[in-house]
Design a protein around this ligand. Sequence first.
Ligand code: PLZ
Length: 447
Amino acid sequence: MTDSLAGGPSLPQERRLVTEIPGPGSLERLDRKKAHVADGVGTMLPVFVVAAGGGVIVDVDGNSLIDLGSGIAVASVGNAAPSVVRNVQEQVAAFTHTCFMITPYDGYVDVCAALGELTPGDHAKKSALFNSGAEAVENAVKVARVATGRDAVAVFDHAYHGRTNLTMAMTAKNMPYKQGFGPFAGEVYRAPMSYPFRDGLTGEQAATRAIDVLDKQVGASNLACVVIEPIQGEGGFVVPAPGFLPAIAAWCTANDVVFIADEIQSGFCRTGDWFASDFEGVVPDLVTTAKGIAGGLPLAGVTGRADLMDSVHVGGLGGTYGGNPVACAAALGAIDEMRTHDLVGRAREIGTLMEGRLRTLAADHPVIADIRGRGAMMAIELCAPGTANPDPVRTAAVSAYCHQHGIVTLTCGTWGNVFRFLPPLSISDGLLHEGFDVVAEAFAATA
Ligand code: PLZ
């Protein structure tokens, strides 16, 4: 067992392997999981966690793993970040729940005010808070439908928006997200995404192609909204070619279609801006947020033009737990951490370091066909050398090596052939380098 169960940045910042991965303590617990947890809930790297912080995750056997995933871009301020812990402890001792729709409290309003300040654009904005990313996306669509009086929703190839019924319809990939779970919500239409590695189009060309599909197959006057991840997450960290997002946003504005940026994975400093939309100066009508917003507690938001947000009748938006006081306190702590430690700047530094390491790696391993991403949201796509044929087998082999050697790495992509790197912004350069040393070993060992 580990000597300290306290997490946070004071945990020893080291990779330390004292057993096989998973070790005996985790294997024993995996049997309990098998007995009591539904098989449909998978685990990618089955070590049971007792503490985490800075850039490491410590398991029940005393292994300390380097975290290059942040629990899928959630623990961006670091696990058990001090200001999150402090705010949560104070709030949890004061009151844990009243339901904001019954008797309100300051934390909810403070988070909405912060969202209004931090999201792109200087216009009048309002927000509503929810529990999960999928719920935020559902509610953004509800707002857009009421505001426009239209039904149709446009999404893109490779999109990921969640696992609820409407968001499954909006998500592109069948296995594992949709298989057998239909029928899905109607009036969801899919347009081609800008995917520079695969389509070779400029942003303008790709936008013209997408707009043509929407115009001809749906009709702008039927569209309530276009929903897009400014950098796609689960779909493969696809970064659209420059000019694509501004052209789609401009077309939406010209046709009174609500432009919704799903910043659930890309938001809150991750890409080296507060939001990925900021990079090209795109100002969405609505922005959905979750994940990084609250340092690990479940919270999500829809933020956008006050006139759109206020188009919904009183009582039309809500939920028992949406904007829970403890989650709001955590968010205020996380946002404070991002501001005081300039995590936007830190994400850029991490991006420069990771991109350098990945370029060196790609020079030695032609299976790495593309390097993309921004800031602390970087990825490599693996294909048979010299082709665009996805290589999910090599991806899985590299991944398994990393896991066995104490690095938490995640994969993604429509073909499961993309390695994504989402380290906590609290990780040290030293640990990052060590993590990428192991990734390099993994490529060499599986060549
Ligand atoms: N929109 C852009 O990335 C969540 C999903 C993991 P929830 N991505 C991780 C999994 O396999 O379930 C996500 C996202 C974008 C929406 C969501 C949904 O957010 O909080 O998982 O509902």
